[in-house]
Structures are given as structure tokens and as C-alpha cells.
Design a protein around this ligand. Structure first.
Ligand code: RAM
Length: 344
């Protein structure tokens, strides 16, 4: 039996009409993805790091479901095709012009989006960061998938287990500015120093959450570091591209790979023994909780203060913790034994 989705997220994902201009300076045509008609006339717009990322699609499926369940009149998704630092600014500005009530954003850079988010707030919008935080001054709450340190520790533990506790490893990340990856990398570096003295991190490279670039970076790492025993890729795009490279190379089974991946993308590489174990949370829940947080902010039932509580539909009550952060759920480790139980 595969795990319960919040509702039929896969179907919802397919129904999202994603809109992109692909150029930060350009206009941002917008496309409404739903019109639930329920409760008032509040509008919510999701701005992911980038479109064309399978992880983003699952998150936004949950977001659309949450927006309907929370009672928004309409929800939409707009965003750039690349995850570069300033690529989201023109999309935020267009939402400010449109008078959108809630903007939910996964920041490509914690600061580059700040002045435009401030303008949106001045215009009355509530700002929910999710997946990748903005500078805390520029949003009302941050919906975090898992406690950041725990995301790091699960990956260092997995790589250590897979390389027998010693040897050279590298990290293949997303973009160099990504708030979420950078925080996880910081905790991984600390954990390696404190608890894994025989593991040496020899390089950190960036595939920019671009499949081709990630593939090439993986190839480059193995050429540059002939003694490499393992790679951690804390990004779904990076781990899938690296697994694809390893699976047809001489390194298959010799160089370990772990990190954060989507079970549906990683399944073939787990089954063919390229990858033993990796981790992730349920991405749909992240979007779902973000929508409910946005509704509570727009209704004025919370302000984002520590201790604020709000109803998150099927996922129960959620609470704002230190730093204005709402934690969604624990990570899961996927292996050959359980990967078929998950469908996202
Ligand atoms: C990629 C993105 C996203 C991250 C996941 C794990 O899809 O970088 O921000 O949360 O990986």
C-alpha cells in the first residue's frame, strides 16, 4: 500500500497551470489555477524557486489543495524558470500590483527578494516563506519542511553508514544562494567535524537545480577526486542527476550517493543498486500547511508571533515556533525495502 496523500495530490498537480516568463525583467503573465469559490474573495499566489522542478510540482499540488480547503477564492502559481538570485523579483512586483492577499514564496536568495516583499507588505499582503526562507525580516512566517539541523544530520549519518565511516566525500548542492541548502550544508559541516573525524569533505559544488549542470558537476567531481567515496546531494534535482550519471558509469556501486530525493524519481536507481538510501519529507504537506498559514494571517487570527496556533486542515493544528518557523513533519529514509510504499 502506498502512503496516503493529503488528497489526490498527483491529480491536482497535473491540473496546475504553471505560468512563467523565464526572464526576471519581463512581465509576469498570470494564470489562475483554481477558483474554489469558497469563503470570501481572498487570493493566494505561490512563487516557487523555479518551475519545471518535479519537487516543486508536488509541493504546489499540496498548496493548491490547501488553498481550496482553507477557503481562498482563488490560487495561482507564477515563477521563474531558473533559480537565480533575483529571478523572482518581477513576479513579486506583479502580485503587489494585482493586490494579492497572500504571497507564498520559496526564496532563491534570502535578501534579493526582500525589498519587493516589503512593498507587497506595505500594500497589505501577507508573506509566507516556505521550503527556502527569506531573511526573517521580510516575511510573516516560514513553513519549514523539517527542523533544518535534522535534515543535515540524517544525510551525514546516511553517508557515513554507506562509506564505512571514513574517506573523502563531496556535496553537490542546488544554487550557491539557496537559503535551505546553505543552512543544511552549514549543519552538515559542523556535524562532520564533531562526529565523523575520518570523513573528509573535499568539495562542495553547485548544479543550480538544473539537471544538465548537476549531471556535469557530478561527472566533474569524480574526475577531480579519484578517491571520492561518496556524494551527498541535498537537492532532488542534484541527487537524481547524479544517480543517473553513476548508474551507467564505472563508479556505480563504488561511490555512494545519498541526500534528498523524490521516491518516484529515485526508484530505478535504488532498484538497480546505484543508491542504497536517501531521505525526504512529504513535499505536498509543505504547500498544504503554507496555504493554511496564509489564510490565518490574512484573516488576522495569527500574526506570526511565537506561540501562535492555526488550523492546518487534515494535518491538524500547527504552531509558530522560535524564529517565526512552523515545522511540518519528520523526514523519512527510503531504501529498497520501503520505496514502493511512497508515491511522490
Ligand atoms: C530541490 C529544491 C528544493 C529542496 C529540495 C530538497 O528540489 O532545491 O528547494 O527543498 O530539492
Amino acid at each position: 500500500m502506498r502512503t496516503r496523500r493529503i488528497l489526490g495530490v498527483a491529480a491536482l498537480t497535473a491540473s496546475i497551470a504553471l505560468v512563467a516568463t523565464g526572464c526576471a525583467g519581463g512581465g509576469s503573465d498570470s494564470g489562475s489555477t483554481s477558483g474554489s469559490g469558497g469563503g470570501g474573495d481572498q487570493t493566494i499566489t505561490f512563487i516557487p524557486k523555479q518551475l519545471n522542478n518535479p519537487y516543486t510540482d508536488v509541493v504546489l499540488g499540496g498548496g493548491e489543495e490547501g488553498a481550496k480547503a482553507a477557503g481562498f477564492a482563488s490560487s495561482q502559481v507564477v515563477g521563474p524558470l531558473d533559480a537565480s538570485a533575483s529571478s523572482q523579483v518581477s513576479f513579486i512586483n506583479a502580485e503587489t500590483q494585482a493586490g494579492t492577499n497572500v504571497i507564498v514564496i520559496a526564496a532563491n536568495d534570502p535578501d534579493a527578494v526582500c525589498s519587493s516583499l516589503e512593498e507587497a507588505r506595505t500594500g497589505g499582503a501577507k508573506i509566507v516563506a516556505f521550503d527556502s526562507d527569506t531573511n526573517p525580516d521580510c516575511r510573516d512566517v516560514f513553513i519549514s519542511q523539517v527542523v533544518a539541523k535534522d535534515v543535515a544530520l540524517i544525510q551525514t549519518k546516511l553517508i557515513s553508514e554507506q562509506i564505512g565511516g571514513s574517506g573523502e566525500i563531496a556535496i553537490l548542492s542546488a544554487t550557491a544562494n539557496a537559503t535551505n541548502q546553505n543552512e543544511w550544508i552549514k549543519f552538515m559541516e559542523e556535524d562532520l567535524k564533531a562526529n565523523y573525524p575520518d570523513i573528509k569533505l573535499v568539495a562542495t559544488v553547485y548544479g543550480d537545480d538544473d539537471d544538465t549542470k548537476s549531471f556535469q558537476e557530478a561527472q566533474g567531481l569524480l574526475q577531480a577526486h579519484p578517491n571520492l567515496k561518496g556524494i551527498i546531494s541535498p537537492t532532488t534535482v542534484g541527487i537524481a542527476a547524479t544517480a543517473r550519471y553513476l548508474s551507467t558509469s564505472d563508479y556505480k556501486g563504488k561511490v555512494a550517493l545519498t541526500g534528498l530525493g523524490l521516491p518516484n524519481e529515485m526508484r530505478p536507481f535504488v532498484k538497480d543498486d546505484t543508491v542504497k538510501a536517501f531521505a525526504l519529507w512529504d513535499p505536498a504537506q509543505l504547500g498544504y500547511v503554507a496555504a493554511f498559514a496564509g489564510k490565518a494571517l490574512a484573516d488576522g487570527t495569527i500574526t506570526g508571533e511565537v506561540g501562535d496556533k492555526f488550523d492546518a486542515g487534515d494535518l491538524g493544528e500547527k504552531e509558530v515556533t522560535d524564529g517565526g518557523i512552523v515545522i511540518v513533519g519528520p523526514p523519512t529514509t527510503f531504501t529498497k525495502d520501503n520505496i514502493d510504499d511512497y508515491d511522490f
